[in-house]
Design a protein around this ligand. Structure first.
Ligand code: PMT
Length: 407
């Protein structure tokens, strides 16, 4: 979404991970970016320029002196064209050249002319990566304003384990998204602290069983991701831990409603926005069994477990509200607006987002959602069905009353 129509220059240098540039280009094109590629001569030993030309749908530059266009100098034109540049894989050689201002072939010459944000993704043998010269160069490049994505540790092409692998491509794309957001999105939440809760809480019955619901955490994660794109410091208090964390986003993993409440309360006084997208269980076991509950021998025998109500976290936040803007979600299967309105009032919050969870293609665990926002001033905004990440962006625009983010 952030990369839509962004002009991205992909610079591929000569390491074994060069073949992974195909997937990077593919994913960037899929994200709606316009992609052009530069390859060093050594990179073209690992993968052909034609492959990247086909995937990027643009001519690949590999030679500084193949100047076919008399109007432009190609490496300058390329550098000026880019909104964002990513060097993946970035070898020790290109890192060394860049940190010393050397420009002696197409990649280094172009990179020296680049004035837009640039992400370096080092990938090489672990000893080359740990070498003091490489580390010194990387430190200097960071100081010069380059973005760096550390290599992964794992099985290397050399046949042994070490740090030096190119991170998975989705991670590179996510890093580019957060860099793009930082530079191209208005930083409406800069210096603001935001709590977002996500996922269904788990209320233990015994050590191996629990009461929960179908909330996947996707809606909350989308709200948290956009908040971080807008510059907020985000505490993502979630029952799910498989989401990649963006810049300025901390994962606080919780299980039960009581744990969630504790983590929120510890941060509440310093917080500006609380987005309660979590599906908090209304009940928990009165007494959680210490050991696995044994089944009774008799079929159809009634089993009675006593439940107790959990605290209503959001309602308590509403009672202690000062500067905070409080946003709740109302998951309903009937009388959507009426019930949502009641929750808005009874919990004394600023916004409620009415979410019909009776439909399979929206709400719980789906990619899409469709909601109605209601606020305490009587404003009502209907949002059509769309992907949760796009919806989260619209929701933030409405809450912040700032339509600066243009499509
Ligand atoms: O996670 P996904 O799969 O992406 O699905 C998203 C979602 C459907 C879970 C989400 O969009 C949503 O609707 N979340 C709220 C679910 C819910 O618990 O709704 P509720 O109507 O029971 O509660 C109203 C509000 O009070 C919610 O903001 C809830 O977080 C909060 N609450 C509820 C109970 C409780 N004990 N404490 C609370 O703070």
């Amino acid at each position: 979404m952030v990369l839509l129509r962004k002009k991205i220059g992909v610079v591929v240098t000569g390491g074994i991970a060069a073949y992974k540039a195909t997937e990077l280009v593919r994913q960037l094109v899929k994200a709606g970016a316009i992609v052009r590629v530069i390859m060093t001569k050594s990179a073209s030993e690992f993968i052909t320029p034609l492959t990247l030309q086909v995937l990027s749908r643009h001519e690949v530059l590999i030679d500084t002196f193949s100047e076919n266009d008399t109007e432009h100098v190609q490496h300058i034109e390329f550098a000026d064209w880019c909104d964002l540049v990513v060097v993946a894989p970035a070898t020790a050689n290109i890192i060394g050249k860049l940190s010393n201002g050397i420009a002696d072939e197409i990649a280094s010459t172009t990179l020296l002319a680049v004035a837009c944000p640039c992400l370096l993704c080092p990938a090489m043998n672990t000893n080359m990566y740990q070498h003091p010269a490489t580390q010194r160069n990387l430190k200097r490049l960071k100081k010069d304003g380059y973005y760096l994505l550390e290599p992964d540790t794992g099985f290397l092409a050399e046949g042994y384990e070490g740090k030096g692998r190119l991170p998975v491509i989705t991670q590179i794309v996510e890093k580019l998204e957060s860099i793009a957001a930082k530079h191209f999105y208005p930083q409406l939440l800069e210096n603001k602290k935001v709590i977002v809760t996500a996922g269904g809480t788990r209320e233990r019955i015994d050590p191996v069983r629990y009461i929960s619901n179908d909330s996947s955490g996707k809606m909350g994660y989308a709200m948290a991701k956009i908040a971080s794109f807008l510059g907020a410091e985000v505490s993502f208090i979630s029952t799910k831990d498989h989401f990649p964390m963006m810049d300025n986003m901390d994962l606080i993993l919780v299980e039960s409603a009581l744990q969630m409440q504790k983590e929120i309360n510890e941060r509440y006084a310093q917080t500006d926005y609380v987005i309660m997208a979590a599906a908090v269980s209304d009940f928990r076991m009165m007494d959680q069994a210490e050991h696995k509950i044994k089944k009774k021998d008799q079929e159809n025998e009634k089993i009675l477990w006593e439940l107790i109500e959990n605290p209503d976290i959001l309602a308590e936040l509403g009672q202690n509200k000062k500067q905070q803007v409080l946003v709740g979600f109302a998951a309903e299967t009937q009388n959507l607006i009426e019930y949502a309105q009641r929750k808005l009032k009874s919990k004394r919050i600023d916004w409620i987002i009415a979410n019909d969870v009776s439909q399979k293609d929206i709400g719980f665990n789906s990619k899409n959602n469709q909601v109605t926002l209601l606020n305490e001033k009587g404003q009502v905004v209907n949002l059509p069905k769309m992907e949760k990440i796009d919806l989260a962006r619209k929701v933030w625009e409405i809450i912040l009353n700032d339509p600066i983010i243009k499509d």
